[in-house]
Design a protein around this ligand. Structure first.
Ligand code: ZN
Length: 156
């Protein structure tokens, strides 16, 4: 059964990123940071972005602790953000939240299609409404970070 195989593969991606999150570190040269908190599950994270002069995201990393879904979502997000403009990142954030809530993604086209494809293992959370906030926490934190330029530390 193709569908079951795909489902297993997707779960494998989430478990792998949840256990061994990528880009799990502080960025010393961060230009944008924010903290995110999902009290419903106990997920917490701090996101670091290094945004270049022209508005392109050169690097993204995070630290935190939480359930496998929240960590996997942040890990996958930091992988796809690299090289995007802030504007593309905001569009991807909107698209991701729709995908996590509904399981489908009409906005996942054009220049964000490849990145959204890599995030698609998380689309399955829409079947578990209580876990949607776990998956979207990283993206809420991203939006806060993009608002939050500057050298001052982070917003609580
Ligand atoms: Zn969680």
């Amino acid at each position: 059964m193709m569908f079951d195989d795909l489902r297993d593969l997707y779960q494998e991606v989430i478990l792998d990123h949840g256990r061994r999150p990528r880009n799990f570190r502080r960025l010393e040269n961060a230009t944008h940071t924010a903290r995110g908190d999902n009290p419903l599950c106990g997920d917490r994270m701090e996101l670091f972005l290094a945004v270049e002069e022209g508005g392109r995201i050169a690097d993204a990393a995070f630290e935190g602790r939480g359930c496998a879904i929240s960590m996997a979502s942040a890990s996958l997000m930091t992988e796809v953000l690299r090289g995007l403009t802030a504007e593309q990142a905001r569009r991807m954030s909107d698209a991701f939240r729709t995908m996590a809530m509904t399981g489908s993604c009409p906005a996942c086209e054009g220049d964000i299609a490849d990145g959204m494809e890599r995030l698609s293992p998380l689309a399955g959370v829409h079947e578990y409404p209580s876990r949607v906030k776990c998956a979207t926490l990283a993206w809420h934190t991203l939006n806060a970070a993009l608002e939050n330029s500057g050298r001052e530390a982070s917003s609580e």
